[in-house]
Design a binder for this molecule. Structure first.
Ligand code: TRP
Length: 336
C-alpha cells in the first residue's frame, strides 16, 4: 500500500523594518532555501511586526516589496513555498487578540528583547512592542507549525509561544501543535564586524558593523577590510579571536569549506589575503542576488502575483485554525 507522509510545517518571517543584511542572508534565507523541498514552508514578511516601532509609510511599502524580492532572489521558489505578507492574512491580528486574552502581563514583562528595546525608546514605547510576542505566537500557531527556524534572540519568544499554546490546549482542548525551534546543522550566526561579540544587526549606528545584501562590491570590500580582527595574525576559529572567527564563519557559509580547511589554507599568512578572499566570496555570492532583486523590484506585477497567491494559500490554512479557536472560546459562528 502506498504511504503518503505529510510534510512537516515550517514557519518563519523577517520584518521589513530595514534593509536586510548578510546576517539575514547567511543566517536565515540561505538555510530556508535548503528546506523548501522537504517541508511545507510558510515564509512571511511580517509588516505588522515592523510597525511596533514607528515606520515611514513609503519606506515600509518599498521595503516590504524589497524583502519579498529578496526572498525570491535568494532562491525561495514561490511555487514550492507559501510566501506572503502578514497583513494580507487578517487571521493573524484576530488570533493575536484571542491569544492576548490567554497571556499574562508577567510573561510579556520577562521578554529580554522587550526590556532591551524599551530602554532604547525610553518613554515612547508602544503597546504593540509589548504585545509583539503574542502576534508572533499567532503567526506560528495558526499554521500548526512543527518547526520554526529562529536565531538565539527569538528563542525566548518561541518558548513563550509554546507556553501559550499549551495553556490554550489545556484550558479548551487540543487545538495547536506545539512548535519546536529549528536549528540548522551548520547554523551560521553572523556577528557585528566592529563588535564581533554582538549579532550583526541593521539597527547598529555604525554602518561598518554590517553588510547589506544590496551593498555594492566596493562597499563590501571596504567594510571587510575594516572589520575588527586582533593582533595575533593567525586565522583560527576560536572564541578568543571573535573577529577572525566571524570571518571564517562567513567564508565557510558561502564556500561550504569547513573551518579546519580554511585554517589550513591561511596557515602562516596573516590577515590581508584572508580578508580579501572573504570580501570576494561575499561579492560573488551576492552579485546574482542583487541583480535579481533589482529586476524583480521593477516587475511589480510579478511580485503582486506572488503575494496574491501566497495570501490565498496562507488565508486558507490560517482561517481553519482561527475558526477552531473561536468555536472553542465560545463565539457564535456566523455560518455553519
Ligand atoms: N520576531 C521575529 C524577528 O524579529 C520575526 C518574526 C515574526 C518571526 N513572526 C515570526 C520569526 C514567526 C519566526 C516565526 O526576527
Amino acid at each position: 500500500m502506498e504511504q503518503t507522509v505529510e510534510k512537516k510545517v515550517i514557519f518563519s518571517g523577517i520584518q521589513p523594518s530595514g534593509e536586510l543584511t548578510l546576517g539575514n542572508y547567511l543566517g536565515a534565507l540561505k538555510n530556508w532555501v535548503k528546506l523548501q523541498d522537504d517541508y511545507n514552508c510558510y515564509y512571511c514578511i511580517v509588516d505588522m511586526h515592523a510597525i511596533t516601532v514607528k515606520q515611514e509609510p513609503k519606506d515600509l511599502r518599498r521595503r516590504t516589496l524589497e524583502v519579498l524580492a529578496t526572498y525570491v532572489a535568494a532562491g525561495l521558489d514561490p511555487d514550492k513555498n507559501t510566501i506572503f505578507i502578514q497583513s494580507h492574512v487578517p487571521a493573524h491580528a484576530e488570533a493575536a487578540w484571542l491569544l492576548n486574552c490567554n497571556t499574562y502581563i508577567g510573561e510579556l514583562s520577562r521578554m529580554t528583547q522587550y526590556k532591551d528595546k524599551s530602554q532604547r525608546y525610553g518613554n515612547s514605547i508602544l503597546a504593540g512592542l509589548f504585545n509583539y510576542p503574542v502576534l508572533m505566537a499567532a503567526d506560528i500557531l495558526l499554521y500548526q507549525a512543527d518547526l520554526v527556524p529562529v536565531g538565539n534572540d527569538q528563542k525566548q519568544h518561541l518558548e513563550l509561544t509554546r507556553d501559550i499554546a499549551e495553556r490554550f490546549n489545556n484550558s479548551y482542548s487540543p487545538t495547536f501543535k506545539i512548535p519546536e525551534p529549528y536549528i540548522p546543522e551548520e547554523g551560521a550566526k553572523i556577528m557585528d564586524l566592529q563588535e564581533p561579540t554582538k549579532k550583526m544587526s541593521k539597527s547598529s549606528d555604525n554602518p561598518n558593523s554590517f553588510i547589506l545584501i544590496m551593498d555594492p562590491p566596493e562597499v563590501i570590500r571596504k567594510k571587510i577590510s575594516r572589520a575588527v580582527t586582533d593582533s595575533l595574525g593567525i586565522v583560527k576559529y576560536t572564541d578568543e579571536q571573535p573577529g577572525v572567527k566571524n570571518l571564517i564563519t562567513i567564508l565557510s557559509a558561502i564556500t561550504g569549506k569547513t573551518h579546519e580547511e580554511i585554517e589550513k589554507e591561511y596557515e602562516g599568512q596573516g590577515y590581508a589575503q584572508f580578508k580579501k578572499d572573504v570580501a570576494e566570496a561575499i561579492v560573488g555570492e551576492l552579485a546574482p542576488i542583487q541583480q535579481e532583486v533589482k529586476e524583480l523590484t521593477t516587475n511589480k506585477e510579478y511580485l503582486e502575483s506572488i503575494y496574491k497567491k501566497g495570501a490565498e494559500k496562507a488565508n486558507y490554512a490560517a482561517t481553519k485554525t482561527l475558526r477552531k479557536m473561536q468555536k472553542k472560546i465560545g463565539f457564535i459562528p456566523l455560518s455553519k
